[in-house]
Design a protein. Structure first.
Length: 236
């Protein structure tokens, strides 16, 4: 017995509609991923400029070059803010499932706080212009490595979240390890500071500067904790 013509038409239309919905979803998903990539690129620029400028600060002290670095970080942070708002508009337009949209919004805002923190730290360093004793410059340089790497590793993990969520989890654990390494160097350096023959106020200024630099790795670890939850959800 032949199937009714209306039923065949209904099936064909349902199939076409389903294909259109899938194409629209993947197109919107790609748009969100592209936005995230540009956004993460801004954070990458922030941490690269920050690390380079702090190394210059240690070698030559604060000056015009450091002030220019502050302006560059501020520009990259502002660009990240603008991209965050654009991505939020896309997400609020119901272009993802509600649960997934909430995860992406939280992740977006948390990553933006890293750029904010980097901008705040470099601006504060420029205002304080603390003199760093030669005895601890090598320790601060050593600490800069896990600070920068923790942020860059986190950005890699966020990118993997879109393409291969399971592969993001090892990178997340690396962020935690790098933050612990940063903590160790920070504690050793602060201990060395208070053994030096300096005025207490100067020691406290140096300690605050070191704490501020290390706080960037702390912020990266906070985001990694959120990212781990999102990655687990995406692999279920």
């Amino acid at each position: 017995m032949a199937a009714p013509v209306c039923s065949l038409r209904t099936c064909r239309r349902a199939t076409i509609d389903s294909q259109i919905v899938r194409k629209l979803f993947f197109r919107k998903q790609a748009r969100i991923e592209q936005g995230f990539e540009k956004f993460l690129g801004c954070i990458q620029r922030c941490i690269e400029i920050f690390s380079t400028s702090v190394l210059s600060y240690l070698e030559h002290g604060p000056g015009e070059s450091f002030e220019r670095a502050v302006a560059l970080v501020d520009r990259a942070e502002s660009e990240a803010d603008g991209l965050r708002k654009e991505i939020e508009q896309v997400l609020f337009a119901n272009e993802l499932m509600p649960d997934s949209r909430g995860d992406m919004l939280n992740l977006l805002e948390s990553c933006d706080k890293i750029a904010n923190r980097i901008e705040s730290v470099i601006r504060t360093m420029c205002l304080r212009q603390v003199q760093i004793p030669d005895e601890i410059k090598s320790s601060i340089k050593e600490m800069l490595v896990p600070v920068q790497t923790s942020v860059e590793t986190l950005l890699t993990a966020v990118r993997l979240l879109f393409s291969d969520p399971a592969s993001a989890r090892p990178a997340i654990h690396d962020v935690e390890r790098l933050e612990s390494e940063c903590d160790r160097i920070q504690q050793d350096t602060v201990r060395a500071i208070y053994r030096m023959d300096l005025e207490l106020a100067h020691k406290m200024q140096i300690e605050m500067t070191i704490h501020d630099i290390a706080s960037i790795a702390d912020r990266a670890e906070e985001v990694s904790n959120l990212l781990q939850i999102v990655a687990i959800k995406r692999t279920l």
